[in-house]
Each structure stands twice: as structure tokens, then as C-alpha cells.
Design a binder for this molecule. Structure first.
Ligand SMILES: Nc1ncnc2c1ncn2[C@@H]1O[C@H](COP(=O)(O)OP(=O)(O)OP(=O)(O)O)[C@@H](O)[C@H]1O
Length: 360
């Protein structure tokens, strides 16, 4: 008899991602080996040439595990699938230090990871700042710790347990911010430096992950923050989405996740278009020509303006849609208005048919 369908589903999702990781890893190893061989041949170095034929070490994949159902399911599937593919598998849990006893809980998670056969398995304590609110500050600290752990252990990839439900929530949050299709595109299946972060469960629902833990008798920890109405995401999870499902039907989560994928493809295409357009709207001195900007479709023009503002020194995270709209009005609604102040002390100004954006 095969495994329970929920267990089969989580294992398949992880197996697919591990295959991708192996393909990328061998491609990168080959590129490194070829470069080394060229250097060795050029230097006439026989020893280095011989080392070229040694087998590269098997890749290490880490799971980022909070101890919650999603990431425990992910850890169990990684522990099951990785050895079959010759991949080493470990796990990291981050102790945000936001609740009393969080250090003990983190140690418990480490024990569970070890019981699954994962190694290295460790907890990392971080200090959460205040920048951007509690959720963003915890996330920043967590990713910094995961990045550092991946570097320290030489990990090829770090798996995250975001599910289709998390993706649906992210799309709704983006929609509510009203800042264009990039924010509707949710989380990428592959992200981070060199494609380090992978999200195998992005097409899997939360219930399946939970069920997989249950049938494997894996103890899971329910983060009280996930149910705390003080957090926006928690309100969305427990009030917003259930209300939407009641009004629109059960397929809402799946439809939102599909919207994320479609929006991501559209946003990527528009970004490429904008980077090409940016070259064609500059004059010989590199200044943006207003008439040429005017002729661009608004979605492309706004992207060109955003890129120009960031290039001039405006921090991307503080540059909002309303800033770009104001700059855009220098092109589409010109009536002699003055300079526009942007974050990072960047100033946008129209001068004799040219748009000048610089730090002032
Ligand atoms: N404290 C942590 N330590 C390590 N990884 C974490 C931690 N918190 C979150 N993660 C990673 O980020 C993913 C998303 O976390 P988030 O808290 O947004 O979702 P969740 O639905 O509560 O996930 P989970 O059920 O796995 O806790 C987790 O699945 C896990 O991979």
C-alpha cells in the first residue's frame, strides 16, 4: 500500500523541486569546473587539471522550519526524498525571541528535525527590530539569519513552506495596497540570491500539509501570532478569506494563486519592455525626452520613470505609486508645475522638453 494521498502529494512537490535544484547545481558545477580547467590548462598546472575530475560534493538543501504544520510537512518530505537523490538535507529554525520560552520551543523543533534524520539541524536566535512594523521586521531578521546559515553551511538551496493559501493571502494584501500587478504576483517559486529560496508547496493547499503531518504523527506547533487579530495577515486568514469563500465559492484561493502566476508573467514582460524603452527615450546626453515618454503606453512609461528615480538614488521600498503618478503628470498633464520631491532627496523636474531626475 502506498503512502496516504496527502503524504504522496507533499513528497511529489518536494521531489520536483529537488530535481530542479540538482539540475541547476550540476549546471553551475560544470561551469565552475570548465572555468577551473581553462585556468589550469593556461597555467599548465597538472595537479589542478587532475582535481577537475574529482566528483563535486553532493549538494546540501536546508529546510526553514518554524515547527508549524506547513514547514514540518516540508521537513518530513525533504528527509524522505533527499537521500534517494544523493542530496544532503538539513534544517534551520529561527528563534525570533518574541514570546517567552521561544528558545525552548526552537530547541524542540531542532530535536524533531534531527529525529527526521536531518543534519545539520540548528536553531538561530535573532533580534527583531522595528522597521516596517512587527511582521516585516521579523521577516527581515529571519531571512538575514537564513541567508547567513546557507552561506555558512554552503547550502545550495533553502526550502520554505509557503502554501497556495499563503499565496492567496499575499495577492489579497497586494490588491489592497493598490500598487500594480507586481504586488499581485505574490511570492515566486524561486527567489533570493542565485535562486536560493524555493517554495515547493506553492501549489499545495494548507489542509494537505496539515493532514500529512497528522497521518505521519508529526507534532506541530501552532504559532499564536497566526491567530492574533492584531496582525493583518491573521485577520485576512481567519476573517477575510473565509468571508470571500462564503460569498464567492470555494475556488477563491485557487483563483487568487492563479492570478499571482499570471500577474508575475505580465509584470516580467512589462519590466523587460520598460528596460528596452528606457534606452530609446534618452537623448544623446542621457536625458529623458518628454515627447518620447508621452508616446509610451502608461504602464511602460511609469516603469521607466520608476527605474529612473531609483537610479537617481530614491530607495525602492519608499517609492510609492503616488510618487510615480506625480512625476508622470509632468509628462501627461504638463501645465508648468514645479519640481517634484521624491524619497531619498531625489527631485524630478521638467526642463525644456527633458525630464531631469537627480538627487538634489
Ligand atoms: N521561525 C522560523 N524559522 C524558520 N523558518 C521559518 C520560521 N517562520 C517561518 N519560516 C519559514 O517561512 C515559511 C512561511 O512562514 P509563515 O509564518 O509565513 O507561514 P505559516 O503558514 O505559519 O508556516 P508554518 O506552518 O510552516 O509555520 C514557513 O513555512 C517556513 O518555511
Amino acid at each position: 500500500m502506498g503512502p496516504h494521498p496527502a503524504v504522496a502529494a507533499i513528497r511529489l512537490a518536494v521531489r520536483r523541486v529537488l530535481h530542479d535544484i540538482l539540475t541547476d547545481h550540476s549546471r553551475n558545477s560544470e561551469a565552475v569546473a570548465t572555468a577551473a580547467a581553462r585556468a589550469a590548462t593556461a597555467a599548465g598546472d597538472a595537479a589542478r587539471e587532475a582535481r577537475r575530475h574529482e566528483r563535486p560534493p553532493s549538494p546540501l538543501v536546508l529546510v526553514a522550519c518554524s515547527g508549524g504544520a506547513d514547514s514540518m510537512a516540508l521537513a518530513s518530505a525533504l528527509a524522505f526524498e533527499a537521500p534517494k537523490l544523493g542530496i544532503r538535507a538539513g534544517g534551520i529554525t529561527v528563534d525570533h525571541g518574541l514570546q517567552p520560552g521561544s528558545d525552548l520551543r526552537a530547541e524542540e523543533v531542532v530535536l524533531r528535525l534531527r529525529e527526521l534524520g536531518l543534519g545539520p539541524a540548528e536553531s538561530i536566535a535573532v533580534t527583531v527590530g522595528r522597521d516596517g512594523g512587527p511582521e516585516a521586521a521579523a521577516r527581515d531578521a529571519r531571512y538575514a539569519a537564513l541567508d547567513a546559515a546557507a552561506e555558512r553551511h554552503g547550502a545550495t538551496a533553502v526550502l520554505l513552506g509557503h502554501t497556495r493559501d499563503d499565496q492567496a493571502e499575499t495577492v489579497l494584501l497586494g490588491l489592497a495596497r493598490g500598487s500594480g500587478i507586481r504586488s499581485l504576483s505574490g511570492m515566486a517559486a524561486v527567489s533570493g540570491a542565485g535562486g536560493r529560496y524555493r517554495r515547493p508547496f506553492l501549489h499545495l493547499d494548507r489542509q494537505t500539509a496539515r493532514k500529512a503531518c497528522m497521518v505521519q504523527s508529526l507534532p506541530v506547533w501552532d504559532d499564536p501570532h497566526n491567530a492574533d487579530p492584531a496582525y493583518t495577515r491573521s485577520r485576512l486568514r481567519h476573517e477575510g478569506l473565509p468571508a470571500l469563500e462564503k460569498a464567492l465559492g470555494k475556488g477563491v484561493v485557487e483563483a487568487l494563486a492563479r492570478t499571482a502566476q499570471l500577474s508575475r508573467d505580465d509584470a516580467d514582460a512589462l519590466d523587460t519592455w520598460a528596460s528596452q524603452a528606457e534606452v530609446s527615450v534618452r537623448d544623446a546626453a542621457g536625458l529623458l525626452e518628454c515627447a518620447k515618454l508621452y508616446a509610451l503606453p502608461p504602464a511602460v512609461r511609469r516603469r521607466v520613470l520608476r527605474r529612473a528615480a531609483i537610479e537617481a538614488g530614491a530607495p525602492a521600498g519608499s517609492l510609492f505609486a503616488r510618487h510615480i503618478e506625480e512625476v508622470d503628470r509632468l509628462i501627461t498633464g504638463w501645465r508648468g508645475q514645479g519640481a517634484i520631491n521624491l524619497p531619498g532627496k531625489v527631485v524630478a523636474q521638467r526642463q525644456g522638453g527633458r525630464l531631469v531626475i537627480r538627487q538634489g
